[in-house]
Design a protein. Structure first.
Length: 164
């Protein structure tokens, strides 16, 4: 059994609408545990572990609490001074933000770069998959709000573009 990122997102959405408190799902190369609303003070967690090639069973790996913002990489609170002429490029998934395609390579964009719709602006790594994020509009990069190699949350603003 295999579980890709979209299937995981759909599964979590279905679980969010149900009364299920705990779910364990195990495949050939992964183990998924989801817990919520348990009597213990621990927040809901999602743990996904890649299985080694050999037959030994998997050990659970601590995961960040679902819905909890990570420490220093948390998105800044919305500022009242955000200009209305700027459009936000947001993270379509949880992952790790990379400004370039490989270490030592030039970043996809810099502040001041002119970009066109469909142009890659960063990479989001999720579950060991590198996903190029393409901008949906043309314009000029005004702000890059995330440091290279930083974990990002779904919907987090990564950069702001002044639309052309």
């Amino acid at each position: 059994m295999q579980l890709d990122h979209d299937q995981l997102r759909q599964l979590l959405a279905l679980l969010g609408d149900s009364d299920i408190q705990e779910l364990k799902l195990e495949g050939d190369d992964f183990r998924l545990e989801v817990r919520r609303n348990l009597p213990s003070p621990a927040p809901a967690t999602v743990t996904m572990v890649q299985a080694p090639a050999g037959p030994p069973p998997l050990a659970p790996v601590p995961a960040a609490p679902v819905g909890a913002a990570p420490g220093p990489s948390a998105p800044p609170p919305p500022a009242a001074s955000v200009r209305s002429d700027l459009q936000a490029v947001t993270a379509p998934m949880v992952g790790t933000f990379y400004r370039s395609s490989a270490p030592g390579e030039a970043p996809f964009v810099e502040v001041g770069s002119r970009i066109s719709a469909g142009q890659p602006v960063c990479i989001l790594e999720a579950m060991k998959l590198m996903n190029e994020l393409e901008c949906e509009f043309s314009g000029e990069v005004v702000e890059i709000l995330v440091e290279n190699g930083t974990p990002v949350e779904f919907g987090q603003v990564l950069m702001r573009i002044k639309a052309a």
